[in-house]
Design a protein around this ligand. Structure first.
Ligand code: FES
Length: 173
């Protein structure tokens, strides 16, 4: 379950949202203590090869960067309160796992210092030239409950970020 969240500010989210996602962030309070994948010991797992679920939509309603699956499933989840994105925790330079830097509001790669904005776009001049890949999200029913399924085999590059499945509009409560 997604119990750890790093919250983001409304301004930062809008700054990086770009034309592909219309964002309205309503709050920036923290639900839980912030956590970063970089603070967790152990080597990140391999990218999953089969779809998996990350729990009910309710736990992603608060705007923020969610990291419970960052090392176990190489997945970052980003919510603006209305829309959810699933970013692959794989640097597009040489494949290292990246860390979310809450103060700077960027992802940072520890291997060669590439950075990515909240939407996953790399900073100019960094070794990583491609944005972080996005994984397909879908709302499915599991044991009678609506839950979010991630498909690591269905990925979206930036030109496809508006396509169905590249994001999940969170249903009304
Ligand atoms: S692997 Fe990330 S910058 Fe090289």
């Amino acid at each position: 379950m997604a119990s750890e969240t790093v919250m983001i500010s409304r301004r930062t989210f809008h700054q990086v949202a770009g034309a592909c996602v219309t964002l309205t962030i309503l709050g920036c309070d923290r639900r839980d203590a912030p956590a970063s994948a970089s603070t967790k010991p152990g080597k990140p797992a391999e990218v999953p090869t089969a779809p998996f679920t990350v729990g009910p939509v309710e736990q992603f309603r608060k705007p923020g960067v969610y990291d419970p699956f960052a090392r176990t499933h190489r997945l970052w989840l980003v919510s603006d309160g209305r829309r959810l994105l699933a970013l692959l925790n794989v640097c597009t330079h040489a494949g290292c796992a990246i860390d979310w830097k809450d103060k700077e509001h960027i992802w940072s790669c520890p291997c060669h210092r590439s950075t990515f904005d909240l939407q996953g776009r790399p900073a100019a001049g960094d070794k990583a030239k491609r944005p972080l890949e996005r994984l397909a999200l879908a709302l499915v029913t599991e044991q009678g409950q609506p839950v979010i399924r991630i498909d690591p085999n269905h990925r979206f590059d930036e030109p496809e970020w508006n396509e169905p499945g590249a994001f999940l509009d969170l249903p009304s409560p």
